[in-house]
Write a protein that binds this ligand. Structure first.
Ligand SMILES: [Zn+2]
Length: 231
């Protein structure tokens, strides 16, 4: 007979292993019911009850929201500044807490949802302050960046390889978006002329994206980089 824990050879009469102290399993020996036959299993870490965590987080968002709304109604008799605070809280909730309600939150769904929430919030601000910059500026900028980020998330999720191509392509797309953004700023805010500051981020992002794609294509260069940066 051998100890089931440490493997030391045991005498038949032994009730406990002399070496490690574990109770010896011996079918003919009587033992109290409470005594386990095997060393206790190392139970997995107790899981945080995620439902209650989500409830607490939801309350943490709802409480300031209600307080803000009540203060605003008390002072101004209508929704004024509290609309901005509530909008920001709701955007934060959609981005950070809403995915927690799902067992396997799919970023392909939640990333565009987050951008949509930001877009709706900006539309609210635009309407509230009469800014008239939503359609010609905020919508295309949030939509464009949202599309690029969503494309990256979708490709990363459904393609197993080619991360360098994906990030390189995204950097170049973002760079190409910069002059368009400057153009939209000029048009929307009636800037006199197109200065061209957007060319600097454009050049930087195209260089970054080009480098990533070069590394993706050129295997020896990639291996050198990996060795250099201990990747
Ligand atoms: Zn033992």
């Amino acid at each position: 007979m051998y100890c089931i824990n440490c493997g030391v050879k045991l005498a038949d009469t032994e009730k406990r292993c002399p070496l490690c102290g574990v109770t010896v399993f011996h079918p003919e020996l009587d033992r109290p019911d409470s005594e386990p036959l095997y060393p206790p299993h190392r139970s997995p870490l107790p899981q945080v009850n995620s439902r209650s965590a989500q409830g607490v987080l939801t309350a943490a968002f709802l409480l300031p929201l209600l307080i803000t709304l009540l203060c605003d109604l008390q002072i101004n008799r209508r929704v004024t500044w509290s609309g901005f605070v509530i909008g920001a809280l709701l955007v934060g909730y959609v981005i950070f807490v809403l995915p927690l309600w799902f067992r396997h939150p799919n970023p392909v769904i939640f990333v565009p949802c987050g951008f949509a929430a930001v877009g709706v919030y900006l539309l609210y601000i635009d309407l509230a302050v009469g800014g008239k910059w939503f359609l010609s500026f905020a919508f295309p900028v949030v939509g464009g960046i949202g599309l690029i980020v969503t494309a990256v998330v979708v490709l990363l999720r459904y393609l197993r390889r080619g991360r360098l191509y994906i990030f390189g392509g995204a950097a170049i797309a973002l760079g190409a978006f910069m002059p368009l953004m400057e153009f939209l700023i000029c048009v929307t805010f009636h800037r006199p002329r197109f200065v061209g500051w957007s060319l600097y981020p454009l050049i930087a992002l195209v260089l970054l994206g080009g480098t990533l794609i070069f590394l993706a294509i050129c295997r020896p260069a990639r291996e050198t980089m990996e060795r250099k940066f201990f990747l």
